[in-house]
Design a protein around this ligand. Sequence first.
Ligand code: MN
Length: 504
Amino acid sequence: MPEVKEITDYLKNRTKEDVELIKKAFDFAKKIHGNQKRYSDEPYFNHVFETAKNLAQIGMGSVTISAGLLHDILEDGEVAPEELEKKFGKEILFLVEGVTKLGKIRYRGAKRHNESLRKLFVAMSKDIRVLIIKLSDRLHNMKTLKYVPTHKQERIATETLEIYAPIAYRLGIRKVNRELEDLAFPFVYPEEHRKVYEIMKEKDKENIKHLEKFHKSLKKSLANEGMVNIKTDYRIKGMYSLYKKLLRKKWDIEKIYDISALRIIVPTINDCYKVLGIVHGSWRPLPGRIKDYIAFEKPNGYRSIHTTIFTGDGTIVEVQIKTPDMHNAAEYGIASHISYKENKKNDDYLSWIKYLIPFKKTYYENGNEKSEKNLDLTEVPNWIKDLVEYQKNVKEKDEDFINNLKKDFFEHRIFVFTPKGDVIDLPIESVPIDFAYAVHSDVGNHISGVKINGKFVSLDTKLNNGDIVEIQTKKTSKPTSKWLEFVKTATAKKNIKSFILNNK
Ligand code: MN
């Protein structure tokens, strides 16, 4: 039986009010979900409990944790929003409603629209906490995916890999990112997963043995120098992350040096350098692998000292040295900042933006690395660039910051769908012609009619969020200069002008 203590034990600096709120949400959710069961045949309540527990683990505050316990309560209409608000207040109602709404978006598998879909997620979850609850919800759903009917598994796992895991990564919540990827991997790429598994199995046995031995002598060396107030652990690289690296290294496992890493967590920055000295004093470092991300932090804010050393028995190990703060920021990213805000009330709202990490330039299809042709993903997506640019121009501690941000970057965009469910994002007041050119210039150049949500409308009809737009084309149809009066996007304008110029 789940107990509320398993959650509240994670709360740092908890107050009586925090514990009472969580207890109240715990009891209410338990009562409402009653005898409902999951596919796994366990009580439905276990799902919301695990969701909330993960939120507590990554350091969220009592409000978010309570919303996590209540996140599925509006779903089946057994509780009215008014009742939830009366019991738990506006803030929790807002979070739960946000999570419920996000649950309605479905991934339909066109890779080129993933960026729009991710953006839609962010726009819809006006409060970043909604997104974090949703990630936590998905994490538990992935842990129990094997009980879900087979025909649903692949869609859910693909959606996890394409949408949820990258969002977690981008928010800097590495712990959740890794777990989501590794849980989804075998369902999406079963063959590749098996291959990586086989390679790992071989490596693992020797690795763990060497690692444990090294771990022991390292602790001894540190203790000899009087360093006892330290935490060490080792982490094995995630399977999916290893898979991606194997693809880059042509499946040569010997070229991957960070399969396993030893983490050393010490109280202060001074201690970090002291530990580095001790490590290098006892083991020979691999040239070119010493990275001081404390003196020079990574663009995404990551801080730590990395070095790779020869253990002396023929293996090499990566050692990462950091303080608890650096460790929390690296594992929980935005979550470690939000929770701080929730608990202390007066943290500034700006800090989370640096945790939005751009995507890498490659994607993978059927196990093969492919470069993106149409979209240049080496470019930081524009909306992130805008965010960062905006951040620079805003006065620190500007209380309206988040509000302005939403206005500028999300409220001025709309998200519409193709009949197949692909997402296209456009500036507000766009018309079907903008949509057509966003799909393809040929579609724009031969548009003959348009249906919005199943009804024929004129070409200058303004599109609304969530519209399903169906473009009809004819070979004989072509753009006219009149269109320039009502199109919104630069792409449409450019294409119309050049068509008219070339067809005079
Ligand atoms: Mn749920």
